[in-house]
Design a protein around this ligand. Sequence first.
Ligand code: SF4
Ligand code: SF4
Length: 132
Amino acid sequence: MMDVGRHPRIKLLTYSELEEVSGYVGNFKVKVRKKARYVDENECNACAECFKVCPVAVPDEFQQGFSSRKAIYMQLPQAVPSAYVINMEDCLGNNPIACGKCLEVCEKKCIDYDAQDEFIDRAGTFHPSHRS
Ligand code: SF4
Ligand code: SF4
């Protein structure tokens, strides 16, 4: 995964879902939803200070629920990019009771509770012969 992230000819879209595919063989268009992480992946230095103060503990899906994670967390130790993410369904900051503890301790100030999903359009000339 890290090699893929560093490859000059690969654009890695993490935390993203394919929304729409149109076109035909040789001329595809895709729309990708890049889900809001609520943490700027370019600024986060993975210091984990936010993780330490987050009061939420929920079952960790990556560990099949055998351990817990916080509402702000790194999805897996080797995550690419090496940045934290907030699950807003778990976050107290998204409920009537505001929390905000993670933003208080984040020296990089790279947390944005109002972040929105982004949509990315890509056109490509994928052809079955490109497979290898
Ligand atoms: S405190 Fe800020 S910089 Fe540190 S891991 Fe959390 S979001 Fe990233
Ligand atoms: S605002 Fe949300 S993610 Fe941040 S510390 Fe509070 S509950 Fe955790």
